[in-house]
Design a binder for this molecule. Sequence first.
Ligand code: ATP
Ligand code: MG
Length: 364
Amino acid sequence: MKENIILTGDRPTGKLHIGHFVGSLRERVKLQNEGNYKEMLIMIADMQALTDNSGNPQKVRDNIIEVMLDYLSVGLDPEKTIFFVQSEIKALTELTMYYMNLVTLPRLLRNPTVKSEIKMRGYDNDTTGVPVGFANYPISQAADITAFKANVVPVGDDQLPMIEQTREIVKSFNNTYNEVLIMPNAKIPDNKVCCRLPGTDGNAKMSKSLGNGIYLSDTKEEVKRKVMSMYTDPNHLKISDPGNVEENTVFTYLDAFCTDEDFIKYLPEYKNLDELKNHYRRGGLGDVKIKQFLNQVLEGVLEPIREKRKYYEQRIPEVIEILKLGTAKANSLANETLNEVKHAIGIDYFNEEFLNEQLNKFSK
Ligand code: ATP
Ligand code: MG
């Protein structure tokens, strides 16, 4: 029986990049096309984006449709997947309120991803200046996941602490009230480099907020310019020098993207990436050559995505309609769970059960 409920999301803080592609989008398309699920949902996390962009709501507004275009252009299909906007699902806010009572403040601030984001966003280390909403976003993410009873969450590894927090909330809720919530599992990429793709500047994570990305919507020229100016091995000065492939972002991207077919097509003098790496390690292989190869490999992936994006850019009313319909479906699913949650806590009052309880109590 198809029982899986798959849910993921992205913050509309910018267009999506190749880190999103290898970290999560590629897996979502694969899961979607395998079809082994009851429901597949993708959320545009605008409320979460506001937690650290409260002064710049225009950025969030501007990126809703950009992110939708990215989804559709990688092959996510509205016939198979429900797309929705987080802020339109009121049940999520309400669930967050109930879950907030199940998590301590120190537990929230211990979250490693939140900790590193606090640093990255320039908030003080002693957490002065951190908005409550920002510290609280892992709880709101637990609401997003549990509202749809998702059990599979395909994400990059920066999201593992969020799934862990969600699991703790599920356990605590079910123990305290009743077995209503479903335990989710993160699905991170098998290929380790895809779990957290570094930025073109060699920074530990390609991120919309750091401006170090190659975007799915970049032009051919932009991609080439970014690839050709990428960080490699700083000690590999002459072609004949032996080179390091380990902390070399060009090789990291090749690890994430290239296939043996790419070698047949573009670099037939090598059989596979191992042979190319060995030549680089020995010396005698120049950076320009490996960058040109990476550019060809990326173009093989990005060109069809760009074409599809152009198609949907000509059909914006249709794109908005897809999101609107998806949001309506998501709303009815989340409301069902909210009703169960309220019933489990015992804060549903306007029904027969409550009436009878009160009649019994006051008739004694
Ligand atoms: P922001 O800087 O605003 O947080 P972001 O680039 O981190 O943006 P998110 O919307 O937070 O993007 O993440 C969406 C999904 O993409 C998550 O599942 C996350 O794990 C994954 N992801 C983001 N960046 C990368 C990356 N560099 N490598 C692999 N996966 C990534
Ligand atoms: Mg992020």
